[in-house]
Design a protein around this ligand. Structure first.
Ligand code: ADP
Ligand code: MG
Length: 468
């Protein structure tokens, strides 16, 4: 029996090779096999129930979500009957055995241990060495001015631009630049640099306010006034803290009068910090205020490339993947980083032979802006086809495979492929996450039908007219 099942599986993989890439087969089907094939009856017809064993829940979910239709189709062609596909997890099958082995020691859960920080963390400065000027990528329209300003401040702290005020939306590199300045200064001088978030400043101040003993007041003053460079990150969080603002005002004045450098970041420009004391806002504009704008496409591409470089799998990445990520991620460097990290985590899990568009699509589904797939052309075609056949766009995207839905779906897919510039994977995504082999199959099918079916030609002409 097991022999037979293995044969069916081999046969299946053979057919699958014509439908999906080797990468996908290795990623999803490599560790699967047929657990059993049962006979059953459904709607008075005899059918086969094929139970596939998978090695993880994750693979199981992916197979159900993306390949169920393909598996069904191929199994039906091999077994010559309608098939229902079921799945079972390897560990479920092993469950009994595990329960028998109650004596054995518990399995240590594999925890992801964060790499120990390899640098000597310096609590005095709070600087993180991972943010430097060298690994800050500069783009003309986005952050050039902020970068140049920061370099000047780093080279001549307290002299040129004081205070130095960087503002911009979250994730655009304000904190990075701030640390880069601090790291540069500590590497090139003996100056004392202190980086704090505004919350930290506030909590330090609140503590001395509660204790009110002269020793902690002294410590606070030393910490914040006995330094050469003070960096306050995300000053907007002081907006509602009036007492802390007053204290910051005095700290500011003391440092400023001694030509000590002050660097501030905020998610808004000084004038938009409506709840901050007027006198603070005035002071912020004494020095240089720079804005960081969201990256344009060119900068995004460079950042993606840069964040990808240096990893083991970097050479597996297709150029079009860089393009794809740059086009589809948010205008936010943090999100770009997260996207690359996720792609690589997925690659580590799947060990693909190459990281191409299809793989990236798979890995980054649900992570990138969904709107990019809402291509109006695809949506228009779907609507026109659904209207023509009096079904809904949801039907087209659904898993339903009845003829009255399947055939219109194939027509819609054919139209998308031939009348938009979208790739198979993208079209697949818009048709309920279908695998691109299903998309290819639909196109071939309709093309073949068109050669012999004049009525279909007429239908397609009419739908195209309706699209306009
Ligand atoms: P913000 O403080 O503006 O919210 P961060 O400085 O924390 O943003 O940046 C978010 C992440 O993006 C950080 O990991 C940072 O290193 C990275 N980053 C931002 N801008 C750049 C850039 N121009 N080049 C390289 N990395 C960047
Ligand atoms: Mg920040």
């Amino acid at each position: 029996m097991a022999e037979e099942n293995n044969l069916v599986w081999e046969n299946f993989i053979g057919l699958l090779k014509n439908r999906i890439s080797t990468v996908s087969i290795n990623s999803w089907f490599k560790y699967c096999k047929i657990y059993k094939i049962d006979d059953a009856v459904q709607d008075n017809k005899s059918i086969k129930v094929v139970t596939i064993m998978t090695s993880s829940q994750y693979i199981k979910d992916a197979l159900i979500k993306r390949y169920l239709e393909t598996i069904e189709e191929l199994m039906e062609s091999i077994l010559g009957k309608n098939c229902n596909i079921e799945f079972v997890l390897e560990e479920e099958l092993n469950q009994e055995r595990i329960e028998e082995q109650k004596e054995s020691p518990p399995i240590e859960p594999t925890t992801v241990v964060e790499k120990p920080v390899s640098y000597q963390q310096n609590f005095e400065t709070n600087l993180s060495p991972k943010y430097t000027f060298e690994n800050f990528i500069v783009g003309e329209n986005s952050n050039r001015l902020a970068y140049e300003g920061a370099r000047h401040v780093a080279e001549q702290p307290g002299k040129l631009f004081n205070p130095f005020f960087i503002h911009g939306k979250s994730g655009l590199g304000k904190t990075h630049l701030m640390h880069a300045i601090g790291n540069y200064i500590t590497a090139h001088s003996n100056k004392k640099v202190l980086y704090v978030t505004s919350e930290r400043f506030k909590s330090d101040f609140t503590t001395i306010n509660m204790n009110k003993d002269s020793k902690s007041i002294q410590m606070f003053k030393e910490k914040y006034r006995g330094i050469d460079v003070l960096m306050i990150d995300d000053i907007q969080f002081l907006e509602k803290a009036e007492k802390t603002q007053q204290e910051f005002f005095h700290t500011f004045n003391t440092l400023y009068d001694m030509n000590k450098q002050i660097i501030i970041t905020s998610d808004r420009s000084p004038n938009d910090l409506k709840l901050l004391e007027e006198r603070l806002i005035t002071r912020f504009s004494w020095g240089l205020t720079v804005n960081i704008y969201p990256p344009d496409i060119d900068l995004k591409k460079r950042i993606v490339k840069n964040k990808m470089a240096g990893h083991d799998v970097a050479n597996l990445v297709d150029d079009e993947v860089v393009e794809f990520i740059a086009n589809n991620c948010e205008n936010d460097v943090r999100h770009i980083e997260g996207t690359v990290t996720r792609l690589y985590a997925y690659a580590a899990m799947m060990s693909p032979h190459k990281i191409d568009l299809e793989f990236a699509n798979e890995a980054l589904r649900d992570y990138l802006k969904s709107s990019v797939y809402m291509d109006s052309n695809i949506a228009k075609i779907q609507k026109a086809v659904a209207d023509y056949y009096k079904i809904t766009v949801e039907d087209l995207k659904s898993k339903k495979r009845t003829a009255n839905i399947n055939y219109p779906r194939q027509i819609a897919i054919y139209l998308c492929r031939n009348y938009t510039d979208e790739s198979f994977p993208k079209i697949g995504l818009e048709f309920g996450n279908r695998d691109h082999s299903t998309i290819m199959y639909a196109c071939d099918k309709i093309e073949a039908d068109l050669k012999i079916n004049n009525q279909l030609k007429e239908i397609i002409r009419e739908i195209k007219n309706n699209i306009g």
